[in-house]
Design a binder for this molecule. Structure first.
Ligand code: AMP
Ligand code: MG
Length: 487
């Protein structure tokens, strides 16, 4: 067995070094009785960490922040954020820590970060803890998103701490070890801007350019190029969410990254019946973060990023605003292009299919799906069968068969490629009832349902016998699903 002694794990602290005003040195709380629940061994290998060693007491110490290599300087990061539209100038890592940055096997710099590691100076009224269920939810959904090819922060491990945490009922506590390209958020820029320290804002922008959008450094206006790069990354990301039916649930500006990775799996869920008004979060009464609102909300958040960046865009405020507005105008066309290309792929349409024919066909389809409450994921996967000549599987979902048959006829006339469809339309997503089933069992100590769910969602496009129930929509008695934040 090869081992990775702690001394060979090199954790840099570049964020803290370059942006000390936004980093508070802090230590993780002790864990009374740590027990590793899940470990992503493939991710460990990517990071150059030995999985067997990570399972040892010393490795679990790293995964909970209680044992860090010499030279590591864990910090809680400061950030601000618009939460449901209201600005909070001081949020920050209330129960999280950046352990440091490591260089992975591919030479990329990755943050190693913890969630649920105890109160920090940013905790406000929070207890600093996290419960097993919500940390496993982040583990499952982020891993499923990665398997779908969607940019996301990753989950390396979840460790049960042996500490009871108080929620509505006492629950087992846990720490999630998370890996990200960085934890820079729109809210990080809002924080730097709110300090009024122009030098800090510039250093933050330089740090972001260097880590995520190095091409911007070569541009005539690097900070404008940075903003454009974030606009492009987010337009592409949110299009991916929409195409797979992902509802983030809490798109506050502190939960939107500069890298373009999905972050903070709180009240997130995958939509089943297609409906733009779909909301799962128990606190999202107005539907601000409903499925269909995600593109305009992303654009709104990017406008907040632009505001934070204004002093870097031009000395003259009016000219700075004009530049920002022009760059932000790039969001919609980029989003539309990414979404349309993705939808053509979901429908298996060749490049030769005329967009003037495809666009209204897609519009019609969405109206049909919504009117008949059709399961989004099952529909697209079943449609490939219709492409092969068997409309039976897709007809199951509809009452108005005349409309469907007419639509399928026109779609087939465009020459769809069913095999290509199966490569982009997942069969297995992290369905809400399956996630709940797995988390409930895990909270009670049974990790088997979680393991089976992970088996399904980590190879979402490959149909396998025995996994039929992982491809099926929730049973009707599952009811209206609700999710909760910050637990
Ligand atoms: P989130 O909804 O997870 O993005 O968190 C929003 C803010 O609340 C962040 O500043 C978190 O660090 C903080 N927070 C959430 N839950 C807790 C908790 N249990 N203890 C301390 N801070 C928390
Ligand atoms: Mg957050």
């Amino acid at each position: 067995m090869s081992v990775t002694p702690l001394s060979t794990v090199v954790l840099d602290h570049r964020f803290a070094r370059e942006l000390p005003e936004m980093a508070v040195a802090w230590q993780a709380a002790q864990t009374p009785d740590p027990r590793l629940l899940v470990l992503d061994e493939a991710l460990a290998a990517e990071l150059g960490l030995d999985a067997a060693w990570l399972r040892s007491p010393e490795g679990v110490g790293l995964l909970t922040g209680t044992t860090v290599p010499a030279g590591a300087e864990p910090v809680a990061q400061a950030y601000s954020g618009h939460q449901f539209g209201g600005f909070s100038p001081r949020l920050g890592d209330g129960r999280a820590l950046l352990l440091g940055e490591l260089v992975d096997a591919g030479g990329r710099v990755r943050d190693l970060h913890l969630k649920g590691s105890g109160r920090t100076p940013f905790a406000r009224g929070g207890d600093g803890w996290a419960a097993v269920g919500p940390m496993l939810r982040e583990y499952v959904v982020s891993t499923a998103m990665h398997a779908l090819g969607i940019p996301t922060t990753r989950s390396l491990a979840v460790v049960a701490t042996g500490r009871q945490v108080r929620r509505e009922t006492p629950l087992p506590g846990a720490v999630l070890a998370r890996v990200a390209a960085s934890h820079l958020r729109v809210g990080s820029f809002q924080y730097a801007r709110a300090t009024g320290d122009a030098d800090l804002l510039r250093r933050l922008a330089d740090h972001a350019i260097s880590r995520h959008h190095p091409g911007a450094a070569e541009a005539e206006q690097p900070y404008l190029a940075l903003f454009e790069a974030v606009v492009a990354a987010q337009a592409s990301l949110v299009a991916r969410w929409m195409l797979v039916g992902f509802v983030h649930g809490v798109m506050n500006t502190d939960n939107m990254t500069i890298s373009g990775e999905t972050i903070d799996y709180g009240p997130c869920a995958f939509m089943e019946a297609f409906d733009p008004a779909t909301v799962y979060s128990s606190i999202d009464h107005g539907g601000r973060y409903a499925y269909g609102n995600q593109p305009p909300v992303a654009e709104w958040n990017l406008a907040r990023l632009a505001e934070a960046l204004l002093p870097l865009l031009h000395d003259d405020q009016e000219q700075a605003v004009a530049l920002a507005v022009q760059a932000l105008d790039g969001f919609r066309p980029r989003y539309d292009a990414a979404w349309s290309a993705g939808m053509r792929a979901k429908l298996g349409l060749p490049g030769s299919a005329d967009q003037a024919v495809v666009a209204p066909l897609v519009e019609e389809l969405l109206v049909l799906l919504q009117a008949e409450h059709v399961d989004h994921t099952s529909f697209f996967r079943s449609l490939a069968h219709a492409g092969r000549g068997d409309s039976g599987p897709v007809r199951r979902f509809f009452v108005d068969l005349d409309k469907l048959d007419d639509w399928v006829g026109r779609w087939r006339a465009l020459g769809p490629d069913p095999d290509a469809m199966d490569r982009v339309n997942p069969l297995y997503i992290a369905r809400n009832h399956l996630v709940e089933e797995a988390l409930t069992a895990a909270t009670d100590g049974d990790l088997d349902p979680l393991a089976r769910l992970m088996e399904a969602v980590t190879a979402p496009y490959d149909e396998r016998p025995g996994l039929e129930r992982y491809a099926a929509a929730a049973p009707p008695d599952f009811g209206a699903y609700r999710t909760f934040c910050g637990t």
